[in-house]
Design a protein around this ligand. Structure first.
Ligand SMILES: Cc1cc2nc3c(=O)[nH]c(=O)nc-3n(C[C@H](O)[C@H](O)[C@H](O)COP(=O)(O)OP(=O)(O)OC[C@H]3O[C@@H](n4cnc5c(N)ncnc54)[C@H](O)[C@@H]3O)c2cc1C
Length: 560
């Protein structure tokens, strides 16, 4: 058994930022991650991070308003205020740690325009913003005394008398299971993109943190809010960053028309992501697409500019489509990208379970509401990663000695042994695809009662069959076959919470766009949805709603 004051699950930007703060506060801190820290999905973020810097005449109020409008008024406005007010200092602090942000012509920190915002307030490091931030934070924890459990896989949280006291995890190199006790746990295990197929997310984004916290009794809030990014490659879902449109790319249909004129005459291609994705889907559905896609057109920017400013996009175009973006447009379509919903937390990262905190994409502090603005997620991870560590450090001072029971360890060992012992049954890969495809079908850019019920029924059917899932590899060392089977268990839970959240919300708002109920209904649905796992263990759920916090921005009709 291992023991720490604070155990952070996840070594993406949220987890590493929390770790840096935790050691700064003198707390005995451990970070546990299923992949090497710099392989976390945060590494893939290209576009940038938002902040309103006053030295260029931008104000936090503008950033707050754009975020709240972008959220279709579902974000809690007190949370948004915290995030945008802290953004400037957050950015400078990152720069001081060693993140060298790109400069403008005058040598100041440079910005680019991103969707849904009236100011260009997105700061970036070439096309490797997430990677640069992640490497710098990794360096920071390497030079401090943080225990890193690298390539360890969490299978359960330990909850005793309603209080979170650590986790059970597998050392993937040996296959051994261990109890890691902690006075506080910070869940920073990232998103759940792979519950959909295709997705822009890495294969490791299987919603483990969401499912672990849900199983422990936490509320998953606004899970129906799934972001479809407007520009992903058909087939494999690879992301073509919003930076393309930020730098001036057009969206055109089969007739060569810039169709955003009809949907968002003011913001055009840089309207909010939900608005642009819906516009594309309508063009496709009404027969103005090409092979089920529309086109991203950069020709007017010229090859030289594209290679200088958007080199990565050019690489993707050449590698995957064999085209030069300076000469021909590229086929794109809306693709699953981000989950706005997550483990409900306060602005200090606290969940309803004492001792359990959450930050980053798995958390829902409610800064993104029904639609996240591009480049607000990196900001969310850093601001709330830090805040959750501060709160956890305070909390651990109040907690006495931890327990010593190994009962969770024993039950996890037994569960895993059963999977290993099972003779040839259902293959996880087949079930994983079936699940993800039915979620994309049922909880898509557009959805209705029947499509959501269909997805929900499919999740139940697959849950019923999960006890037949078997693995071919019965070994102990790096048994990724087994890990994938365990991830599928988490994915089924996350999928259930998404379907149930979606079925609850009887209106259209942001990313939740119902063709059978097309209007926003502030009177009845200016509310968060909460889905809890039913404690009877029979696969049921308990649901409730709560009010949205409005401070100064009254909901008005949203137009771009
Ligand atoms: C392609 C792409 C581009 C993006 N671009 C941008 C952008 O430009 N700007 C922006 O603001 N946002 C962007 N986003 C969103 C943003 O990158 C993510 O929301 C954010 O980085 C998530 O950070 P995180 O720390 O919460 O999680 P992650 O970085 O996903 O890290 C999760 C961590 O949890 C660990 N983990 C998970 N499950 C377990 C388990 N069972 N046991 C042990 N460890 C576990 C993993 O090992 C990993 O270390 C992008 C996302 C994608 C997919």
């Amino acid at each position: 058994m291992y023991e720490h004051d604070v155990l952070i699950i996840g070594a993406g930007l949220a987890g590493l930022r929390a770790a840096v703060e935790s050691v700064r506060l003198g707390v005995d801190t451990a970070v546990l991650t299923k992949v090497h820290p710099v392989r976390s999905h945060s590494n893939a973020a290209q576009g940038g991070i938002n902040a309103a810097l006053t030295d260029r005449g931008d104000e936090w109020e503008g950033h707050a308003y754009d975020t709240i409008k972008g959220s279709d008024y579902l974000a809690d406005q007190d949370s948004v205020e915290v995030m945008v007010r802290e953004a400037g200092d957050t950015l400078i602090e990152l720069e001081h740690m060693g993140v060298i942000f790109s400069r403008d012509e005058e040598g100041r920190l440079g910005t680019r325009a991103f969707g849904g915002q009236r100011e260009a307030r997105t700061f970036f490091v070439g096309a490797i913003t997430g990677s640069a931030m992640l490497h710098v934070l990794h360096e920071q924890i390497m030079r401090n005394d943080v225990r890193i459990y690298e390539e360890w896989f969490v299978t359960s949280l330990i909850v005793e008398d309603g209080v979170c006291r650590g986790a059970v995890a597998m050392d993937m190199r040996t296959g051994e299971m261990e109890t890691i006790r902690a006075k506080a746990v910070i869940m920073a295990a990232g998103g759940a993109g792979r519950v959909f197929e295709p997705s822009t997310n890495a294969l490791i984004c299987t919603g483990d943190g969401l499912a672990l916290a849900w199983d422990a009794g936490a509320s998953l809030m606004d899970m129906e809010m799934v972001q479809y990014h407007p520009t992903t490659l058909a087939g494999n879902g690879i992301l073509l960053s919003e930076a393309a449109r930020g730098e001036g790319a057009y969206l055109i249909n089969a007739d060569g028309d810039r169709f955003m004129e009809n949907y968002a005459p003011e913001f055009m291609e840089l309207a909010s992501r939900d608005v642009v994705s819906r516009a594309e889907q309508i063009e496709i559905n009404e027969g103005r697409g090409i092979n089920g896609n529309v086109l991203l057109d950069l020709r007017h920017l010229g090859t030289k500019f594209i290679e200088e400013k958007l080199g990565y996009l050019q690489e993707v175009a050449v590698e995957f489509r064999g085209i030069d973006l300076g000469e021909s447009p590229i086929e794109i379509r809306p693709g699953m990208h981000y989950i706005m919903g997550g483990i409900k937390t306060t602005i200090d990262g606290a969940t309803v379970i004492p001792g359990l905190y959450a930050a980053g994409e798995c958390a829902n502090v409610s800064v993104h509401g029904a639609n996240r603005l591009g480049a607000n997620s990196l900001l969310d991870t850093i601001v709330f990663g830090k805040r959750s560590a501060i709160a956890a450090a305070e909390y651990v001072k109040t907690v006495g000695r931890n327990g010593s029971s190994d009962s969770q360890l024993e039950s996890d060992k037994k569960r895993i042994q059963e999977i290993l012992d099972r003779p040839q049954g259902i293959r996880w890969a087949a079930m994983r695809n079936e699940l993800a495809e039915s979620l994309t079908e049922g909880i898509g850019v557009f959805r209705d009662q029947a499509s959501m019920e269909g997805a929900d029924a499919k999740v139940d059917e697959l849950r019923g069959k999960y006890p037949q899932v078997s693995v071919d590899n019965k070994g102990k060392v790096f048994n990724t076959d087994l890990i994938f089977a365990l991830e599928l268990d988490f994915m089924l839970d996350v999928a259930k919470s998404i379907c149930q959240g979606a079925l609850m919300r009887k209106e259209s708002r942001g990313a939740h766009s119902r063709t059978d109920l097309p209007d926003r209904d502030d009177e009845n649905w200016l509310k968060h949805t909460h889905v809890y796992k039913d404690p009877d263990g029979l696969g049921g759920v308990r649901t409730e709603t709560s009010d949205v916090t409005i401070t100064k921005w009254e909901p008005i009709e949203r137009a771009y």
